[in-house]
Design a protein around this ligand. Structure first.
Ligand SMILES: [Mn+2]
Length: 337
């Protein structure tokens, strides 16, 4: 593969690396970043991870999680190579991209410019890639279940042996993005790689317990408040979390992870929508599809994106206004199927 060999060549001839990923890091972005940093350090390189947000509590169990967002003291000097992992545009990082001699994208999301073709509105500044630094190499495989798969292949191509720490990070990356190997993006290859990662020391039960089988009491209380808002109509079901629910239960945004999946479990539901209050009049919207409707296309209409079965966008307005707009778009998409 051309991009992969170009990346290995670039790594071999350079010394300092900065690894950046999308805001609100998830298991795939965090696991991929940490595994890549560990791999680069193993072959004598300097590597740092930069993210707009802290690692969520639920991912603190990852080995070497202390590498996440631990930057060199003083001003950031120019790095030889900047990696953009698990995203392919600067706006997904939420930060101004630091200077680097080379920019490399490793990702499995559909590209923003392709989303533009799919109907992303030009007046939305999120669509404007002209102001963004242009990557020198883009390795984007939308068929990969997780960016962790690509990092696995990269480390393999560099002949870097897998240790337990790296294996656990990559296993968690693939495990979370496939929903615990349940989603339709699970492939023979993701399971094959996962198998090799277990051989190298990854612990499947630890990952399962930490990601899906563990919840603080307060988070469970938030979930019950959230599920009380459940509504269903014309093949779409939705729930919401507002600021006062966070206050009542002593929880935060991080505690809503996977809430978007619950309404999708309901029989007869094609799409589930989760509305999470960001600001007084702004909501983060997460959509999940059962496979018929491409929710990335719907979210692209509102300046967002993602995968066909899991996507999101941020929309301004009161909860009522946002729900009206979004649910109308979802119902139309369902009707067209
Ligand atoms: Mn991912």
């Amino acid at each position: 593969m051309k991009a992969l060999s170009e990346i290995t060549r670039l790594i071999k001839k350079n010394k300092t690396f900065l690894i950046v990923s999308h805001l609100n890091p998830d298991g795939d972005s965090a696991g991929s970043c940490i595994a890549l940093a560990l791999g680069l350090k193993k072959i004598g390189k300097t590597a740092f991870i930069l993210n707009k947000d802290h690692l969520p509590k639920t991912l603190k169990f990852l080995p070497f999680s202390n590498l996440f967002n631990r930057l060199p003291k003083g001003r950031l000097r120019e790095f030889d190579v900047l990696f953009l992992l698990d995203c392919n545009s600067a706006d997904r990082t939420g930060i101004k991209i630091p200077k680097a001699k080379n920019i490399v994208v490793i990702d499995h999301h559909i590209q923003h410019k392709k989303m533009q073709d799919a109907g992303c509105r030009m007046q939305d500044k999120r669509c404007d890639r002209n102001t963004e630094p242009k990557p020198d190499i883009e390795w984007i495989e939308t068929n990969a279940s997780a960016t962790g798969e690509l990092v696995y292949k990269l480390l393999e191509a560099l002949h870097i042996p897998l240790d337990k720490g790296t294996a656990s990070n990559l296993y968690t990356a693939i495990f979370t993005d496939t929903g615990g190997f349940r989603y339709s993006n699970t492939t023979p290859e993701s399971l094959l790689i996962a198998s090799n990662l277990i051989v190298a020391g990854a612990d499947p039960w630890q990952a399962a317990r930490e990601i899906y089988e563990k919840m603080s009491f307060n988070r469970m209380k938030l979930l019950t408040l959230c599920l009380r808002t459940l509504k269903k109509q014309d093949g779409v079901a939705w729930v919401a979390v507002t600021h006062d629910m966070f206050e009542k239960t002593g929880t935060s945004v991080q505690d809503t992870e996977y809430f978007a999946n619950y309404p999708r479990k309901i029989e007869g539901v094609e799409v589930s929508v989760f509305f999470r209050q960001n600001r007084e009049e702004q909501f983060k919207v997460s959509m999940r599809s059962n496979g018929k409707v491409n929710v990335a296309d719907i979210c692209a209409l509102f300046g967002g994106g993602g995968h066909s079965n899991a996507a999101g966008c941020t929309v301004h307005g009161t909860l009522k206004e946002v729900q009206k707009k979004l649910l109308k778009a979802v119902k139309e998409a369902i009707k067209q199927k």
